[in-house]
Design a protein around this ligand. Structure first.
Ligand code: SAM
Length: 233
């Protein structure tokens, strides 16, 4: 049998959010290459899958990555998972995929949860064009500069943010994005899932008095009214 790297999306909170195909691929893999073996072990256990789970260095280090590539070249079927969501999306994964592609090895994707897409779809903001930003710089000056660059882009902006920085970032976003519609999606698929919508200033005011906890996506709608038109979809 020829080897393959399977990129497997896993839940972003609710353990039921895993596809039948993902479960089959995990069950059939020779090994699961994981960012955090304990976290992945919980998921596998929940679904009665007993496969070896190997830890993450292969994601990040060129030498370990090369070992994974050799194993696939030798015919192994390896599944790649991150802690949550889709590997490669603000998570390790791209390096190992690049290495497999460069070697001409088979790569397949088993699509599934991604916080950016879930947040966008529930935000009420335009979805026909969007720009995935990932995390902003942690330092205020660099963050402000980045927000100003992003403000010129068309479409909805999708930004990952930590709860500790949310209020500071929203304060800056209020100055940069003004009255543009925005949303915060928090704890998606979990017990305390929340969508809060308003301008960045309104969101800043809300979270100043309701300190946020958990995982957060911040979204800003397009600046130009033309780009805000509802699609027929
Ligand atoms: N690979 C993941 C994906 O496909 O979405 C993203 C991993 S990144 C390290 C983690 C960030 O994603 C969090 O800090 C948060 O911004 C966002 N995120 C992940 N899970 C989330 C959830 N359940 N609700 C809201 N945001 C989430």
């Amino acid at each position: 049998m020829s080897g393959i790297l399977s990129i497997v999306a896993t839940p972003i909170g609710n353990l039921e959010d895993i596809t039948l195909r993902a479960l089959r691929v995990l069950r059939e893999a020779e090994a699961v290459i994981a960012e955090d073996t304990r976290r992945t072990a919980i998921l596998l256990q929940r679904h009665g899958i007993a496969r070896p789970v190997e830890s993450c260095p292969a994601f990040r280090e060129a030498s370990a990555c090369a070992r994974v590539v050799e194993r696939i070249a030798a015919g192994e079927r390896l599944a790649l998972v991150s802690d949550a969501g889709t590997p490669g999306i603000s998570d390790p994964g791209a390096r190992i995929v690049r290495a497999c592609v460069a070697r001409g090895l088979a790569v397949e994707v088993i699509p599934g949860p991604c916080a950016a897409v879930a947040a966008l779809c529930g935000s009420g903001l335009p979805t026909h064009e969007f720009h995935f930003v990932g995390f902003l710089p942690p330092k205020a000056v660099a963050r402000e500069r980045r927000l100003r660059e992003l403000a010129t882009l068309p479409g909805t902006l999708v930004i990952y943010e930590s709860p500790h920085r949310l209020c500071a970032m929203l304060g800056q976003a209020a100055g940069v994005f003004g009255a543009r519609p925005a949303a915060v999606a928090r704890e998606l698929t979990k017990k305390f899932e929340e969508f809060r919508r308003g301008t960045s200033a309104e969101l800043a005011a809300w979270f100043a008095t309701h300190p946020p906890k958990g995982e957060i996506v911040f979204l800003v709608g397009p600046g130009h009214p033309e780009q805000r038109r509802p699609t027929s979809l």
